[in-house]
Design a protein around this ligand. Structure first.
Ligand code: ATP
Ligand code: MG
Length: 423
């Protein structure tokens, strides 16, 4: 992508109402646009980042046999009445709407009901189980507070996976696999070190659910961390009984602010019983299906990455999330040698399928570097008269200060598996 063609521009100042660091940096760098409080549009750079986050999550969900689907935002009142989750007294985040004939509909804030009913079409016998299905879909929640930028919005994409099993044991085994998949996801997304498997309230069927909480000043939750075991306890369930269950003493814990990036639940047979999702076992006996649900908010993850990894100059993306693998910055005017050299390297990398942002704009070096730091691509390659005189291009990692000169061929080889003959 030529930066001169990117319709977004970086901004030095944004209106004073953005109070969260993630929204401020992402807006200044041109990743997102605030439509209204708690509602954001994703611009070309932001779209690439959120899709990269989604790609990592999808990859790990496929590895644990998830089958991808897309359910609907529009939801029927009668379905949600069956589980007693339609009433605004019971669920206070619904956005509701109406058909022309006055039939009430809701905009889904989660999808247990929808998928349980859907599965009654396909699950009949033990031979049809287990089934794992997931989606990336827009959820609507009428959140009271929306002050954490893209970490808490009223319309957001969620990855929600649902598991359907014959027995409690089968369900619990899958739950452990999902737990490991979540750990892999947060490691790949660069926030693994600060993300804690957190014991939280389990609802009706199991004693606990597990949240994945990332320690972060902008987080809205409080967790008690045990560094030795690398686990945490959500403030809501910080009780003597829980400490006892986990073999932990209160004085071994430290409190921290954190953001819930993921949540996994054993649902037991609550939804299958309410919505008649049964199977017949080997002895022809009818039994309710065991279920689990597993959520992650890609945008909240993206916000947390910005909160944790940015510095005073701007964003610092981990490799798997970055909108581009490399930022080529030329300091030469169009038609100068250094401009042509930069363009040549850009074209070669592009031909090899490497995603590169090429700053081909005629601006001062200071302005270009400031923009590059703000946007936060992990590696920058500067092509200038000076770098050419020293033997090639000057490369520098976004997160460090060290730079070095390498040849164009070396740069191309860093991003492709090509042999010398190609270049
Ligand atoms: P919170 O307690 O922060 O409101 P939640 O427990 O209600 O979240 P879940 O229903 O567990 O959220 O949703 C699964 C995941 O979806 C969360 O772990 C989080 O990553 C993400 N998520 C939830 N609410 C939002 C939101 N308003 N904006 C962005 N992401 C969200
Ligand atoms: Mg949750």
């Amino acid at each position: 992508m030529r930066q001169s063609q990117l319709f977004t521009k970086t901004r030095k100042e944004i209106s004073g109402e953005e109070i969260s660091k993630n929204a401020e940096l992402l807006t200044k760098a041109g990743y997102i646009h605030k439509e209204m409080a708690g509602v954001y549009a994703y611009l070309p750079l932001g779209q690439k980042v959120i899709q990269n986050v989604i790609h990592v999550i999808r990859d790990e969900m496929n590895k644990i046999d998830g089958q991808e689907i897309t359910m609907t935002a529009l939801q029927e009142k009668s379905l949600w009445e069956k589980t007693d989750r339609w009433d605004d007294e019971k669920v206070d985040v619904w956005f509701k709407t109406k058909l022309k004939n006055d039939t009430e509909l809701g905009l889904g804030f989660t999808h247990e009901e929808a998928i349980t009913r859907l599965m009654t079409q396909f699950i009949r016998s033990y031979r049809d189980l287990p089934v794992y299905a997931y989606q990336f879909q827009t959820k609507f929640r009428n959140e009271t507070r929306a002050k954490s930028g893209i970490m808490r919005t009223r319309e957001f994409i969620m990855k929600d996976l649902y598991s359907f099993c014959t027995t409690k044991e089968e369900q619990e085994n899958y739950y452990e696999k999902a737990k490991q998949a979540y750990i892999n996801i947060f490691n790949r997304l660069g926030i693994g070190e600060k993300t804690y498997l957190t014991f939280a309230s389990g609802g009706t069927f199991s004693k606990y659910s597990h949240e994945f909480q990332t320690v972060c000043d902008a987080g809205e939750d409080e967790i008690y961390i045990h560094d030795g075991k690398k686990i945490a306890i959500n403030k809501e369930v910080m009780l003597p009984e829980v400490l006892n269950d986990l073999g932990i003493k209160e004085e071994e814990l430290r409190i921290a602010k954190a953001s819930e990036v993921g949540n996994i639940f054993n649902l037991g047979t609550k939804f299958s019983e309410a919505l008649d999702l049964n199977y017949v076992d080997e002895k022809q006996e009818k039994k309710p299906v065991w279920m689990g649900s597993y959520g992650i908010g890609p945008a909240r993850v993206m916000g947390v990455i910005v909160e944790l990894l940015s510095d005073e100059k701007g964003i610092v993306w981990p490799n798997e999330v970055a909108p581009y693998a490399l930022h080529i910055v030329t300091l030469g005017k169009k038609d100068s040698d250094s401009y042509k050299k930069a363009e040549e390297v850009y074209n070669k990398l592009k031909d090899h399928g490497v995603d590169v942002l090429f700053d081909d704009r005629e601006l001062s070096a200071g302005e270009k570097f400031a923009d590059s730091d703000l946007i936060g691509i992990p590696m920058r390659a500067v092509v200038s008269d000076k770098s050419i005189a020293s033997g090639g291009v000057e490369i520098k990692e976004r997160k460090g200060d060290k730079s070095e000169i390498i040849t164009e061929v070396q740069l191309i080889k860093m991003y492709t598996n090509c042999c010398d003959d190609c270049h």
